[in-house]
Design a protein around this ligand. Sequence first.
Ligand code: FAD
Length: 396
Amino acid sequence: SKAQVVVVGAGYGGATAAKYIRMLSNNSISVTLIEPNDNFISCPLSNLVVGGEEKISALTTSYKGLTDKHGITMVKDMVTKVDPQKKTVTTKGGNTIAYDKLVLAPGITMNMASVEGLAQANAAGVTLQAWKAGPETVALHKQIADMPDGGVVALTIPLAPYRCPPGPYERTCQIANYLKNNKPKSKIVVFDANPDVTSKGKLFKAAWASMYDGYIDYRPAHKVVGVDAKTKTLKFELEDDFKADVLNVIPVMGAGSLVVETGLANMNNRWAEVNFLNFESTQAKDIHIVGDSIQVAPRMPKSGHMANQQAKVAAAAIVSELNNFPVNPSPVVTNTCYSFVNERDVVHVASVHQYDAAEKTFLPVKGAGGLSPEPNRMEGIYAWGWAKNIWGDTVG
Ligand code: FAD
């Protein structure tokens, strides 16, 4: 009978893994992909929605390509339990599905308990994260659009590692751009728990100085510890309280809760360690983990591009293992992250990572990759090209 692979989560990592297992096995392996959402909504480019330059529909792709073109069985459900001994997953809807190989790609979980009062402020609709693209992305833009001119937006950034290192700084640009064009008496104050801008620092800071002078107040080494929903006030470890009109509080994050609950988040009970040749968990046989949930290799970002690349390495290894072929001993992966500094101009960071047999991890390839010299319009065109291509590659 056909080998059965179950994939949990149809985001950048899981959807790519499902599709490539089908393609690389010439459709000889059955793939069941379990995902609660109706459509794929991209986090990359979603900061343009926060800033009001794009509609969420422009970032939304249906899963039809995966089912109709690639013969993947999609189940609209949440996986609530994995049994690594019996090799089954159980869903919220009450299904139990057996696997020969399991791929977990549930993304991240945000630790709301890390900021006192945040869960209550979220429940009251006062704070939002918009760190998973969808209705919250649209709601955050609306909060900013509804704010009176002269208002203050506060954005808080957790200590790295978190999903998308440049993401908060791109969001800062998009919000500042919106304020400059629509509410010129307003500003955004950014409280960063990190000692400095963690990605593309010089490029972002130059853009902030030249394009958004007076609109952005960046405060590094500010760790938010509490939020009061009634007074819309942030509390810090050391500094004075801060009141704002819109509070975008992004807390620390870790592996998707299913990975933690299955006992696979063995790195500080936060991220899952994997064997980088096949992305198999170091804790459980035949369970492979890709995307933001894993403990990454040195200088490897938690990005959609990287999740897509990891998924292809994992898919090739899974197809090889199920067919008793040797696994590729020296995989290479790449990453590019584009960030919009306004509605049109973009900066990028790129890197290449090669498996190192002695270190048993991916290491950055010296002299490969790099950074933009400055924000430019051409890269704005490349960024949209990148997005359309990766959406096609992942769910097309
Ligand atoms: P996701 O893409 O989040 O997919 C996880 C999926 O699993 C979800 O669909 C979820 O519904 C599902 N799921 C979770 N738990 C379960 C369960 N128990 N059962 C079933 N399904 C489940 N990356 C880039 O490369 N370039 C960018 O420009 C970029 N910009 C970004 C901007 C922002 C504002 C943000 C927030 C992120 C950005 N990223 C970017 C990062 C990128 O979005 C993530 O790194 C990427 O989504 C990780 O892929 P993933 O598959 O691990 O998780």
